[in-house]
Design a protein around this ligand. Structure first.
Ligand SMILES: Nc1ncnc2c1ncn2[C@@H]1O[C@H](COP(=O)(O)OP(=O)(O)O)[C@@H](O)[C@H]1O
Ligand SMILES: [Mg+2]
Length: 405
């Protein structure tokens, strides 16, 4: 074979790019500094540090909206604790588990047992066996074990899991097990079974949304790593921060906006990222935001939203037949009836009317629906409900969720 040029080489060489290190602006990037989270980092490390004295640390529950730094901060503190413990030869172990992928007691314990016994294979063993094996591992290692359960609301049998992990401390002769739960759903805590709540929330901590100024600073630091000098306009960063602050106070959205804006600038082969790229990126990111939000909803809120989307689509097609143009809202009562039917169809017990009203106000708080009182006349005094986004898109996104569940 002679000196052939790879066909991608010239293509690659001729590409102009605004990025210096594109990875630094991806949502998976782990910065080593988290401005505006000093307090949370301090509190978490205080709690974790009990393990350094070979005592069980308190369980901890962290919550806040998506993109407020919960996952990154917790992983950072856990990693540093394990590093330190390793150097000092202290028996501390820990595992980070995302419950989106490990959504049952069985799956969580299977993940822990694999960490404790990496050489062995536990496929097909019973839950009781795996639990005993975890106990055995912790006991023999005499270790203080931290289990981080991220997106903990996705665990189907959470009460059982928390109960088992809490109880384990009474059975263990040596070592301990502590749980750190994290949730993107700010209402989740209120729905926990009282016993689970008191076990899990020995300490709790909120991660508030970021304001525009804070997001600006976060983005400035990232942009410096990610973009070539002068390859991004200050005003573009301001715009991205302002948009993310207004929308959700979410650092992930802010970072994604800059990444997408950079990609758009590259696509047009421009030498710097400008406001117009951020504005275009905004459209793409908005959709992802909605889809992310849908993913954090509990099962029954998803079912409810699916019902609202289906009914809206149905009404729309009726309108087309009758020729009316004005979009008709749905009645609260008709939605509840239909939701209850749909829930039963998938073998779920529908929530009570009281919870239903609670769920409706939460969906409204998330901006997914709009509600209004009907005033007098229309069926007494009922609530009118309208979807805030395209019904078809919402319905499809939910169906994807159901498939993966
Ligand atoms: N204070 C911060 N400083 C820098 N980057 C941050 C900060 N908070 C969040 N981020 C970034 O925002 C993104 C989302 O953070 P993440 O920890 O996943 O949030 P959550 O788990 O609350 O949804 C990540 O890319 C993370 O690095
Ligand atoms: Mg997270």
């Amino acid at each position: 074979m002679g000196e052939t040029t790879n066909i991608f080489e010239t293509h690659f060489a001729n590409q102009q790019t605004v990025f210096l290190d594109r990875n630094a602006i991806s949502p998976h990037f782990m910065p080593n500094k988290f401005p505006f989270r000093e307090k949370q980092i301090h509190e978490i490390s205080q709690i974790f540090s009990t393990n350094l004295n070979q005592k069980k640390s308190d369980n901890l529950f962290l919550y806040g909206k998506t993109g407020t730094g919960k996952t990154s901060v917790t992983r950072l503190v856990l990693r540093q604790l394990l590093e330190f413990a390793g150097k000092q030869n202290l028996p501390i172990n820990g595992t980070y588990i995302n419950c989106r992928n490990h959504n049952s007691k069985y799956r969580v314990l299977s993940k822990v047992v694999k960490e404790l016994f990496p050489e062995e294979n536990f496929l097909g063993y019973s839950a009781a066996f795996i639990y005993d094996k975890v106990m055995d591992g912790v006991n023999k290692k005499k270790t203080n074990y931290l289990i981080v359960l991220d997106e903990i609301d996705k665990v189907k049998d959470l009460d059982d899991l928390v109960y088992a992990l809490t109880r384990s401390n009474d059975e263990l002769e040596n070592g301990s097990v502590s749980v750190v739960g994290i949730s993107n759903n700010v209402f989740f805590k209120e729905r926990l079974d009282p016993r689970t709540k008191s076990s899990l929330c020995q300490h709790e901590m909120i991660f508030p949304p970021y304001n525009a100024e804070e997001l600006n600073k976060i983005l400035d630091e990232r942009a410096e790593l990610a973009f070539k000098p002068k390859a991004i306009e200050e005003s573009a960063i301001n715009l991205a921060a302002a948009f993310a602050a207004k929308e959700s106070g979410d650092a992930r959205t802010a970072v994604m906006l800059l990444l997408k804006a950079g990609e758009l600038a590259d696509k047009k082969q421009e030498t710097s990222v400008q406001d117009v790229h951020v504005q275009k990126a905004k459209k793409k990111v908005e959709e992802e935001l909605i889809l992310n939000m849908i993913a954090t909803l509990p099962k029954h809120q998803q079912l409810l939203l699916h019902t609202i989307a289906s009914l809206s689509m149905h009404k729309k097609s009726q309108q087309r037949i009758t020729g009316t143009i004005e979009e008709l809202p749905l009645f609260s009562g008709e939605i509840y009836e239909e939701y209850a039917k749909n829930a039963r169809n998938v073998k779920e017990q529908p929530v009570s009317a009281r919870w239903y009203r609670e769920y409706i106000s939460e969906l409204e708080m998330f901006g997914l629906i709009l509600t209004a009182a009907s005033g007098h006349g229309i069926r007494g005094n009922t609530r009118l409900i309208r979807l805030s986004f395209d019904a078809k898109k919402i319905k499809e996104a939910l169906e994807k969720q159901f498939e993966n569940a």
